[in-house]
Design a protein. Structure first.
Length: 388
């Protein structure tokens, strides 16, 4: 009994001791938890200030990003508007009637005049849309936006010169002077007479390029000289003549290449229509072979400075080396710019024995005759039809 009691006795206190300290231990562990939690909670004012600081840092960071982005975009725009490296190659742009500003800007970007159509349109917002007139303009690759706008504002600065078949050099020079808004620098006739440009198809020693310019369309760029324009025309003719085999054809016909060009110029004026030219060329060669005067009205009119029209008795008495009624052989130079058809016809004349020809129909038909009697009959027929 006492043993059991002794064991229970201590057990109680032991239990009590273990529970007693447990309470305080538990209390101690719980007690400090409350104060610790309370120490990490900031006062409301301090927390608000901390949140404001965080918001400011976020806003400042976002603003910094925006500034960097905007600065980058501005720098990008500035370098697009003011490209580095300076202007490049020439670029000719033709603006069609009713072409929109947008289409023009796209063409400028496509041809390398500007590098970005997008930024040019942005510049439009700042500067306003440029004035765009139809016509041809000379730009340079890699040009500043302001320069492009100035060129557009001045209007088309490239002239188009059309040299028709059958024109003489004096007629071309007159067209250059009268019709071109943008004229070449220097006199066209002085350039032709100055000897700065030559052709293997001009009469040796004549210093005359009549007949050795190619018909067609030419562009006259701002600042271009008459010499440069003339050289462009002569070079085109030289390439055409070589491509047609004129030197070899001339040799086969017993003439020089330059003389063949003279024949072609007469064929151009006298044949007038392609259907007549091969036979007219044959008449010229037949008369040359016979030693007879060519008797071509066109050469007399050339000496008079006229293009077409009737030839009077006084005209036929004109003392000029171009008067083929008074002189045998070819005139000193060509009398006009021959067409490709005239050149081919002169190089390859139609076979025949004709010595005469006469216009007998208003549709341009010419009658070719072997004898003078046949020619007189053709002239009578023409007169009955009201033809010269």
């Amino acid at each position: 009994m006492s043993g059991t009691g002794d064991s229970l006795g201590p057990a109680g206190p032991a239990t009590g001791d273990s529970l007693g300290p447990a309470g305080p231990a538990t209390g101690d562990s719980l007690g400090p938890a409350g104060p610790a939690t309370g120490e990490t909670d900031l006062p409301r004012g301090v927390a608000r200030r901390a949140r404001r600081r965080r918001r400011r840092r976020v806003l400042f960071g976002a603003a910094g990003v925006v500034v960097v982005v905007l600065g980058g975009l501005f720098a990008w725009f500035w370098f697009e508007a003011h490209p580095l490296g300076g202007p490049g190659r020439n670029v000719v742009l033709t603006i069609a009637p009713n072409q929109s500003v947008g289409a023009t800007v796209d063409a400028l970007a496509r041809d390398g005049v500007i590098s970005s159509s997008f930024f040019f349109r942005v510049d439009d917002v700042l500067q306003g849309n440029p004035t765009v007139e139809p016509g041809s303009y000379l730009f340079r690759a890699n040009q500043p936006f302001s320069t492009v706008r100035a060129i557009l504002a001045r209007g088309p600065d490239i002239s188009t010169l059309v040299v028709p078949e059958g024109f003489s050099l004096s007629e071309v020079a007159q067209r250059v002077t009268d019709l071109l808004p943008t004229r070449p620098v220097g006199s066209f006739l002085r350039a032709e007479q100055g000897g700065a440009v030559s052709s293997p198809y001009e009469i040796p020693g004549s210093n005359n390029l009549e007949g050795t310019i190619a018909p067609g369309t030419y562009r006259v760029l701002p600042g271009e000289t008459s010499v440069a324009l003339l050289r462009q025309m002569v070079d085109r003719f030289d390439r055409q003549a070589a491509g047609l085999g004129l030197p070899a054809a001339a040799g086969a016909l017993g003439v020089t290449p330059a003389q063949l060009v003279v024949v072609a110029s007469i064929v151009e004026k006298e044949g007038e229509y392609p259907k007549n030219m091969g036979k007219v060329a044959r008449v010229v060669f037949n008369r040359l072979k016979a030693g007879s005067p060519l008797q071509m009205d066109s050469t007399v009119l050339y000496a008079l400075g006229q293009d077409g029209g009737p030839v009077t008795a006084a005209d036929l008495a004109l003392r000029s080396p171009y008067n083929t009624y008074l002189h045998t052989g070819l005139p000193p130079t060509a009398i006009c710019t021959p067409s490709r058809t005239a050149l081919v016809s002169a190089a390859h004349p139609t076979p025949g024995a004709w010595l005469y020809f006469q216009l007998v129909s208003k549709d341009g038909t010419e009658q070719f005759s072997d004898t003078y009697a046949e020619q007189l009959a053709a002239e009578a027929l023409a007169k009955s039809r009201g033809l010269p």
